[in-house]
Structure formats: C-alpha cells, structure tokens
Design a protein around this ligand. Structure first.
Ligand code: UT7
Length: 331
C-alpha cells in the first residue's frame, strides 16, 4: 500500500494494573545481603509490586485491558486483534493473548504474543499501528504484561532488587490526520544477546534437573555492560523516532523512558537535553517491569494529566535481545 493510503493511528484509551503486594527495599534486606541505601543510590527503586503465587501475566493483563477499553468506551466485542508483549507468558502455548481474549470475552479478536523483552511495548505498538494504518483492522488492543518475579533468582542480589510485576494496555484506533503515533524507530543487536537473557526453558536448554540445579531458569544479566549500551541506544531511539516525525528534541513535551534505573534515565535525559520536569518517572514505586514499564507509565501519565491534547510524547525503550524502540506520539 502506498504511504498516502495509510491512515493515522492513535491511542484512544489506556489502562494498567499492578499486583497489590508491595516489596520494599527493607523487605529485600531480610532476603539477600543488600541495603535500602545501595538500592536507592544505584537504581532509584524504593519498592516494587510482586504477583501472588497463583497470579500469572494474563491475570495482570486482563484488568489492564478492561481498564483501557473502559477508558476508550469500546466494548471487548469490538476488538479485532489482541497483542500481548511479554517475556513471562502464562505458558509457552497457548498464548497469553488467547487467555486475555477468553477473560475479557473479545470473541472477534485474533490473538498473538510478541517477545521483544523490555522493548515489547514499542514493538507491539508499531505492529498494531501498521495493522490499522493499512486498513486491515480498526481496533487493536496492545498489552504489555510481565511477572518477572517468577523468573527472578531471589538469591542473587544483583538481580532480585531490580524487577517488579505489572501490566499496561492501550487501545489503538484510527484518529484524525496529524495526531496519534507519528513515527516509530525499532532496532536490535542479536550479537549482544548473552548480556541479558533467560538461558533455560526453551529449545536450547530444555527444562531438566541439571538446568534447575544450575539456576538456568532465572534471568542472567551483566548489569554494567547493559547499562553502558542502554544510555546511548535509548538516546538514539528517541532521536531517530523524532527525526522520522520531522521533529526535534526541543519539541518534546513529555519523555517516557523505559524504567530500569534512575541513573540510566537521568543520563539519557541529560544527553538529550530534556529537563527533568518533562521526564515521566514511576520507577521508584514499581522497579523494572520489563515491557510493562512504558505501558504503565503511559497510562499513569495520561491519568495524571501529564499529556494535553496536541502534546508531543516520546517513548524510548531498551532491553534483552538486545532490542530497542522509540515512538513519537502527538497526544
Ligand atoms: O531492562 C533491561 C535493561 N536493564 C538495565 O538497564 C539494567 C542496567 N544495569 C544497571 O542498572 C546496573 O548495572 C545495576 C543496578 C544492575 C548494578 O549497578 P552498578 O552500579 O553497575 O553496580 P555493579 O554491578 O558494578 O556492582 C557494584 C558493587 C559490587 O560489589 P564490589 O565488587 O564493588 O564489592 C556488587 O557485588 O555492588 C555490589 N552489589 C550489591 N550490593 C548491595 C550488586 N548488587 C548489590 C545489591 N546490594 N543488591
């Protein structure tokens, strides 16, 4: 389809859900050799939400999805596609999107899961946008839901203080010209896949007693290496997306970065010359919730009135893969 035939697509409703259980830095002091001071100084995280033993990603995705549909005033029966970005599906198959479809009774929706780790929301937004822009569908539900607590090694202090659980959702539909998602820039570098991964449980290292004994079913991360790449890459993602929208950093009204580490967010904002008051931060209360982080942030920013009609909002995400994404939205 030629570019002029594509229609503009925007977010017409947002929702999020986080589990009720709060795990503070002081709670973590009782589990591993760490301190509230270390976690605050090195990460900016104060507390995070943790799913119950019987709570899976779809259980977080479902209320987030229903909230987004309510916000958009659209019944589930009108949803034509459900995309769930997650690294912690309820099970390998069927997809978590199918679980959500069943829960919200969206009987006319096609469903699939998408895996782009912490950048899942950026990737899923772009896939959803293209499906509507090309006139394939009119209403797409994009959900990011992760329960990283289920794949966290609670004996590894370098990992377990960082992550939390949650879900965010948006409803995409055609919008008036000049509004909605203006541009998207996605990228990846598989040659760096070993610095952040969950090595076990797939076809490379299927579940076995040996795998479990070696704790291969938990997230492995070389934090400093990830940190060093995250900062310039998140800047690049934001800049490239702005360039594609014929905009400049000075046009940005609100910057919503992936919430992984306060020092990463501050460095990215500084390099981009975006002042602190234009940066949305909720990391301190949720930790890093992978793909859900930017999705929850979009919902909270909307509910807090941080985005006015016409504002330029930039999302920037980065994580395992490595994968990254930048999105520019005229709210
Ligand atoms: O969302 C996907 C993307 N992920 C990220 O963006 C994460 C990127 N990386 C980071 O955020 C940071 O690298 C971390 C927060 C993971 C770690 O911070 P750091 O400043 O890079 O610390 P470090 O790994 O260099 O460790 C410094 C020290 C070490 O001790 P020694 O060797 O200096 O004695 C660690 O053993 O801190 C120690 N340490 C801890 N101490 C207390 C590591 N974790 C902890 C802990 N509590 N939880």
């Amino acid at each position: 389809m030629t570019k002029d035939k594509l229609r503009p697509v925007g977010i017409v409703g947002t929702g999020s859900y986080t589990p009720s259980k709060v795990l503070t830095n002081f709670d973590l002091e009782k589990i591993v050799d760490t301190s509230d001071e270390w976690i605050r100084q090195r990460t900016g995280i104060v507390e995070r939400r943790i799913a119950k033993d019987d709570e899976a990603s779809s259980d977080l995705a479902t209320p987030a999805a229903l909230a987004a549909l309510k916000d958009a005033n659209i019944p589930p029966s009108k949803v034509e596609m459900i995309i769930v970005a997650t690294v912690t599906p309820d099970m390998t198959f069927p997809t978590t999107a199918c679980m959500v479809q069943k829960n919200i009774v969206a009987e006319h929706a096609a469903c699939f899961d998408l895996l782009a780790a912490c950048s899942g929301f950026s990737y899923a937004l772009e896939v959803g946008r293209q499906l509507i822009a090309a006139h394939t569908y009119k209403t797409v539900l994009v959900i990011s839901a992760d329960t990283l607590s289920k794949i966290t090694d609670w004996t590894d202090r370098s990992i377990c203080v960082l992550f939390g659980d949650g879900a965010g959702a948006v409803v995409l539909q055609p919008v008036e010209k000049g509004r909605g998602i203006l541009s998207s820039y996605l990228g990846a570098d598989g040659s760096q896949s070993d610095i952040l991964q969950l090595p076990g449980g797939g076809s490379r290292n299927p579940v076995s007693q040996k795998l479990i004994d070696e704790r291969g079913h938990y997230i492995k991360m070389r934090g400093q290496e990830v940190f060093k790449i995250a900062v310039p890459t998140m800047c690049k993602a934001a800049r490239k997306a702005l360039h594609l929208a014929n905009l400049d950093v000075s046009d940005v009204d609100l910057f919503i970065p992936h919430q992984a580490n306060m020092r990463i967010i501050e460095s990215v904002a500084k390099r981009l010359h975006i002042p602190r008051e234009k940066v949305f931060i909720n990391l301190y209360k949720y930790g890093n919730s992978s793909s859900a982080s930017t999705a929850i942030a979009v919902d909270e920013a909307a509910k807090e009135g941080r985005m006015k009609k016409g504002d330029i909002v930039v999302l920037s995400s980065f994580g395992g893969g490595l994968c990254w994404g930048g999105t520019v939205i005229r709210w």
